[in-house]
Design a binder for this molecule. Structure first.
Ligand code: NAP
Length: 260
C-alpha cells in the first residue's frame, strides 16, 4: 500500500463483545428486539421482565442458542427494593453492567377528566420512577465503566402530548429532562446519557389502541406506517457503541417524520 493511501479498518463484527447490558422490559416488544440486537453485537444481556417469565426465558434461550450470554431477571421496576435485588442478581450472574436501557413502560389511557389519581400514579411509577429506580441501582456501574451508557426509551408522545395520555406523555417528557441532567452529571466520567423517542410502534402497547384511533394516528405519520420494533434498535446499538462516545444529552426521534 502506498504511503498516501490510508488503511481503512473494517468495521468490527461484534462491537459490544466486552459489554454487559441490562434492558428493562425486554420479554417482548421493543425491549426484546433491543436485547436481541445488543446480543447480536456480542454483549452479555440481562433480560428484565415483570410478569412474562416464559417469554423472558424464550428471549434468553434464543440469545444463548446463538452463542451469546443472557439471563432473565424478574423485577417490577416501580419497586425500588425489587430493583435493588435485581441489581445484585445481575452482578452475581454477569458482573457490573456498562449499558442500562430503561425501556419498561405501560399505558393507562383515559382523557384527563376521567383520569383517576391511581391511573396517573401507576404510569408515573413504572415509566418515570422505574427509570429513576434502575438508574439509581446501576449508577455506580455506569459511572465507573469505561463505556458507560444510559439509554432511556421515551416517546414522540413526550414531545407532542397525546389525547387521553396526560399520564403517559408526562412520564415520557420527564425522561427528556432526566436524560439531560444525567448527561451533565455523568459527563466528567466520560459516560453518556441519551434518549430515544420512538413514534407509534407495532407492539402489544399499540394493539391496545382502538382500530379507529390507530387509523387517525397513521394519517399524521408522513412515512405512512407505524414503526416496527426493528426500526428502533439500530439507534440503541449505535448509542451503546464507541461510535457514540461524543454524543450525550440528546433526544433522537424515530417517528416516521411526525416530529423534529
Ligand atoms: N409501542 C409504541 O407505540 C411505543 C412508542 C413509543 C415509545 N414506546 C415505549 O417503548 C417502551 C417499550 O414499549 P413496547 O411497545 O415494547 O411495550 P410492550 O410491548 O407492552 O412491552 C412492555 C415491556 O415492559 C415490561 N414491563 C411493563 N411494566 C413493567 C414493570 N413495572 N417492571 C418491569 N417490566 C415491565 C413488560 O414486561 P412483562 O412482559 O413481564 O409485562 C414488557 O416486557 C415503553 O417504554 C414504551 O413507552 C412504545
Amino acid at each position: 500500500m502506498s504511503e498516501t493511501v490510508q488503511r481503512l479498518e473494517p468495521l468490527e463484527r461484534r462491537p459490544l463483545s466486552d459489554r454487559t447490558c441490562l434492558v428493562t422490559g425486554s420479554s417482548r416488544g421493543i425491549g426484546r428486539e433491543i436485547a436481541f440486537e445488543l446480543a447480536r453485537c456480542g454483549a452479555d444481556v440481562a433480560v428484565n421482565y415483570r410478569s412474562s417469565e416464559e417469554r423472558a426465558r424464550q428471549v434468553t434461550e434464543t440469545i444463548e442458542a446463538n452463542g451469546e450470554t443472557a439471563v432473565p431477571v424478574q423485577a417490577d421496576v416501580a419497586d425500588p427494593e425489587a430493583v435493588e435485588r435485581m441489581a445484585a442478581e445481575v452482578r452475581d450472574e454477569l458482573g457490573e453492567i456498562d449499558v442500562l436501557v430503561n425501556n419498561a413502560g405501560i399505558t393507562v389511557d383515559r382523557k384527563f377528566e376521567e383520569m383517576t389519581y391511581e391511573d396517573w400514579q401507576t404510569v408515573i411509577d413504572v415509566n418515570l420512577n422505574g427509570a429513576f429506580n434502575c438508574t439509581k441501582a446501576f449508577y455506580e456501574d455506569i459511572k465507573t465503566s469505561e463505556h458507560g451508557r444510559l439509554i432511556n426509551i421515551s416517546s414522540v408522545v413526550g414531545q407532542q402530548g397525546n389525547y387521553g395520555q396526560a399520564n403517559y406523555a408526562t412520564s415520557k417528557g420527564g425522561l427528556f429532562a432526566f436524560t439531560r441532567t444525567l448527561a451533565l452529571e455523568l459527563a466528567s466520567t466520560g459516560s453518556t446519557a441519551n434518549c430515544v423517542a420512538p413514534g407509534f410502534t407495532e407492539t402489544d402497547m399499540l394493539e391496545k389502541v382502538p382500530e379507529r384511533i390507530q387509523e387517525k394516528i397513521r394519517e399524521d405519520i408522513p412515512l405512512d406506517r407505524f414503526a416496527d420494533p426493528e426500526d428502533v434498535v439500530g439507534m440503541v446499538r449505535f448509542l451503546a457503541s464507541d461510535h457514540a462516545d461524543y454524543m450525550t444529552g440528546q433526544v433522537i426521534g424515530i417517528n416516521g417524520g411526525m416530529e423534529w
